[in-house]
Each structure stands twice: as C-alpha cells, then as structure tokens.
Write a protein that binds this ligand. Sequence first.
Ligand SMILES: [Zn+2]
Ligand SMILES: [Zn+2]
Length: 378
Amino acid sequence: MRKTQRLWQALERVPGLTAVSAEWREHLGDEWDVAQSLLRPRQDLATSVPCPSVPKCECAHTVVTHAPNDIVAVCRCQPERCDRRQLERADIVVWEVDRRKLGAGVAAALGSGPEWQLADGLPMTWRIGTYVPSAGFRFPIYLTIQSEDHDFQRTVEGLVTRNDGPFILAAPTHDLLNSVGGAVLERGGVSFVALSELLALGKDGSPVAAESAAPLLDRLRAALVGEPATPEGAELPHCRVVTLKGTHTMDSDEYKELVARASEYDLFIDGISRNALRRYDGEAMAPEMLTPGEFAMIAEYIESRKIMRPTGTKVGTGKTADTARKLFDRGRRKVDISLQRYVWLYFRTHKATEPDATAFEFSPPEGTSWCLILPAQT
Ligand SMILES: [Zn+2]
Ligand SMILES: [Zn+2]
C-alpha cells in the first residue's frame, strides 16, 4: 500500500482531470507511475502540450501532425521562443482520471458498494455510495472535485439544499474546505472526508482505505451516529412488519411502498395509521380505524399467535375480565369477519365453562394473506 500526496493535489489542479502525460508528470512527480492506474487514455489526441522549457514560454505548444510518425510541437509565441520539438504519439495521448474507479474506491474505503450518479446541477460532483455505520443509519456519500474556492462553496451549498439530512462529502484535499463556513457544514450535517487522509493506493494502484485512516473513520462514525440524539434525517427503522413469513423492519420509504400495496392483502392492519383493511370474497370492506388500545390488543394476538384470555394480554393486564373482553370484541369487529354467532374467520374462540375464561387465538385459514405493521419502538 502506498500513501500518495501529490496525486490528490493534482486532482484539484488539472482542469477537467484531463491532461497529456507531460502535464500529469509535472503535477505528480514520482507518483506518476503509481497514479497511472487511476488514469485511462481517451480516444481523442491532444491539440496542444505544455511547454517543456525552463522557464516556460508563455504558450501551450500547438501539436502539428504532418504524418502519423511525424508529429511536432510548435511554440505559438510571437516571436517564436522555443524550438520545434519532435513528439511521439504517446506524448499526445490524453489521460483522464477514471472517476468511477476513484468513486468506487472511496465508497469501498467507507464500507459502501459503488454507486454512480451525477449530482443534479452540480458539476464534477457525484453520489458515489451510501454510508451505513449501523443498521438503520444511512448517509449519502458524495465526491466532488473542484479547483476554485467559489465552485467548492457552491457545491457544498447545493448539496446541503438537496439533502434534508446529514451526508458525507469527499474531496481530494482539505485545501478548499476553508472557503465554506463551519456554520454551513454544521447546519447541513456535512461530514467532510479528504481523500488524502482516507486513501492509499494498493499494489495494483487501486484506491483502498489507508491504514492510517482508522481515526478518521472513527471520527466519522462518532459524528454521524455516536451522539445520543438521533441525527436529524437519519433513517431509523420506521416499523416492524409481521406476516406469515416472519418479522422484519422497514424504513419509511419501504413502509410507504408496502402501504401502497395494502389492497393485495386479505387482512392489512397498519399500526402507524391504525387503519385496518379487510377483503372478503375478493371484495374490499370499508376501512376501520382502531383505537390505540384495540390495536395493542389485536396486535398482540397476531404477533404471539398464542391462545390467550384478553386479561392475559399486556394491554388487558389489570383490567377486569369484562373490560378486557369488550376491548377485544371491539378490536375484532374491526379486523375480523363474522361468519356466524361465535364463529369468526380469523380469531378462533376457545370457549371455557366460565365465560370470563374464554380465550382467543389468531388463526387465519390457510392461504390468507395478512400483514401487521407495528411502530418501530414497540
Ligand atoms: Zn515554449
Ligand atoms: Zn511559446
């Protein structure tokens, strides 16, 4: 693994991240060899090359191709100050930074898979990954490569406007960071990462997390999830979803998608809106709204799948048998379908000799599609 320094500075100094080898060498020095793995040749050839004289003349030398093996660089200064110089084809090959490879390396160093999306309206800025420091926390990772203070500043402000929560912003060096006020970074929840600190180049030249980046990664994690308060906009699990297949958590987007498909279920009980939807013989029945108590009662039967008296549930504990039973009955009326006296489709009645001892069980017929959504904190 090799730590590079000039490479990262070069990214902020070479316009368009595109130059002939002579210009890259000027910026990279002895890092040229190792940095080359991040560069790739373009189809088009250069029409000018940097002046090789020391000190330089005032122009970029124009490439004149007389024949494929007769290429010269001509000084355009008036009068001409440098000699014409013969060039090889390799001298006019244009090398550009493989941005996706760089982006994927940054994402991987932050534990993310590669993503690649131009940030809308922001030049040289890409969404390259998602930082997931622990389950339920997701932060976008952006990479921006700018040369000028005001461009960098505009990019940060643009990203803050586009994100309603914290995000990670990676840039080659810290050099442009001072152009942005600390207040903007704080208000926007921007965690800044310099590639010069984060990355090293592996044996094959691919960018990888530097060994020395461990403290940076710790700081990042602490800044984004370590504080006791939930960072604004961080995506905590929104709900737990219980179906025949088991229980899993969903974030708010997944929850919205699920609710949009509610009509696909025979029984759909949403503990966030406390709406209950039923379908019988293919017909949707009028939606019902459960009270918090009714929902708690019904949800416990569904989730536990136990045979319980209403007084045996959490919400029924401490209530008289009659009160608990009435709460259960009201909830059941809203979610179940009455087939005949004492016989309901989803909740089986286990009669006892004493009426107060009557127990119930959520026991939908085979083939019933049902879904219960519980708010995440329950
Ligand atoms: Zn010159
Ligand atoms: Zn010149």
